[in-house]
Design a protein around this ligand. Structure first.
Ligand SMILES: NC(=O)C1=CN([C@@H]2O[C@H](COP(=O)(O)OP(=O)(O)OC[C@H]3O[C@@H](n4cnc5c(N)ncnc54)[C@H](O)[C@@H]3O)[C@@H](O)[C@H]2O)[C@@H](O)CC1
Ligand SMILES: Nc1ncnc2c1ncn2[C@@H]1O[C@H](COP(=O)(O)OP(=O)(O)O)[C@@H](O)[C@H]1O
Length: 289
């Protein structure tokens, strides 16, 4: 397990993700940092979409809408800042980045809900149910036109997309990530221990941050929301994706250093840690090397 170290993290972030270390202009407003819309949350899984939405908010974007397929959720979300509604209404609106699939059941109804969004969105993050619909060829993606398209499969979802097995994916994770990025002309984050990030243009990075505390329900939803958030803020695509994966992992290290993990770490604790880390990076970015 990598221990959290503030100085090492600061140096790494400044070298690889300078954009996330920039202070905010004093005259900024919420429109400056973009809008994320999350669509997901079928019956029994509304928490997944709400976690993604909350992570987007704590990740620093200006506004977050969340469309739940099962609406209203059985337990009202705690974050009053989220603009929550039913999935049909939210999917008819507009957003800078769409995060699709967290907690979404793979039904025909869900496919019909997501298809028009996929056709018109400039930027898409596909996770969980959206990936499974893609694997079933129930979700068409346009050949061209999207500024950015990100797929965030765990090995099970990657195996479904590749019509392969989890073992085959795990034996060659770099191949699996590259193959998916080329087939779908997308950025791919193949999740799990040491997530692999690949793009159709040849970008490849293996993320080393994180610990087994992330092996808990909902941590992937948090990652999807965070990627959407950094993209909506206009951070360069390569940095937004790789920095999200890195920050997500460092947040788990930071929580473990406070004995809030790895055992019993809750996905819902990650967003606050991510916020602390990002603000810390910004406030110490100018320190002498
Ligand atoms: N609070 C909530 O509402 C939650 C809802 N969730 C939603 O539940 C739905 C189902 O997702 P699941 O991922 O649980 O189920 P899946 O059936 O999609 O995937 C689980 C299987 O994937 C494989 N797998 C996953 N990660 C692996 C790894 N690192 N190494 C090897 N194999 C791995 C394993 O075979 C595992 O049994 C999704 O829509 C998801 O968003 C989950 O995110 C948990 C929290
Ligand atoms: N042992 C581990 N070490 C590092 N990261 C991990 C580990 N286990 C899981 N993760 C990370 O946690 C997240 C789990 O996502 P996912 O499998 O989609 O879970 P869920 O569907 O419950 O949200 C991914 O970002 C993955 O990379």
């Amino acid at each position: 397990m990598t221990p959290f170290d503030t100085e090492t993290s600061r140096r790494y972030a400044l070298q690889h993700f300078p954009d996330i270390c920039q202070p905010r202009p004093e005259n900024s407003h919420k429109g400056t940092f973009g809008t994320v819309a999350v669509i997901g949350g079928s019956k029994g899984m509304t928490g997944a979409a709400l976690l993604a939405a909350e992570a987007a908010l704590y990740g620093g974007c200006g506004k977050v809408m969340v469309g739940l397929e099962h609406y209203p959720p059985p337990v009202h979300h705690a974050r009053l800042e989220l603009m929550a509604d039913d999935a049909v209404s939210v999917s008819a609106g507009s957003a800078d980045v769409w995060v699709l699939g967290c907690g979404l059941a793979e039904t025909d109804r869900a496919a019909a809900l997501l298809a028009p969004v996929c056709r018109r969105a400039d930027a898409l993050v596909l996770d969980a149910g959206a990936l499974n619909l893609l694997a079933k060829q129930a979700l068409p993606l346009p050949d061209v036109g999207q500024t950015v398209r990100v797929l965030t499969p765990h090995p099970g979802e990657a195996a479904r997309l590749l019509k392969s097995s989890v073992d085959a994916v795990e034996q060659n994770r770099v191949w699996a990530a590259r193959e998916l990025s080329s087939r779908h002309q997308a950025w791919v984050v193949l999740k799990g221990h040491e997530s692999v990030i690949a793009s159709a243009q040849g970008f490849l990075r293996i993320n080393r941050s994180g610990n087994a505390g992330l092996a808990t329900a909902g941590s992937g939803d948090v990652l999807a929301g965070l990627i959407g958030s950094l993209l909506a803020q206009g951070i360069a695509v390569e940095q937004a994706i790789a920095a999200s994966v890195w920050l997500h992992g460092v947040a788990a290290e930071w929580l473990a250093a406070r004995q809030t993990g790895p055992i019993g770490l809750l996905a819902g604790e990650l967003p606050v840690a991510i916020r602390w880390l990002r603000n810390r990076l910004v406030s110490t970015a100018g320190n002498a090397a």
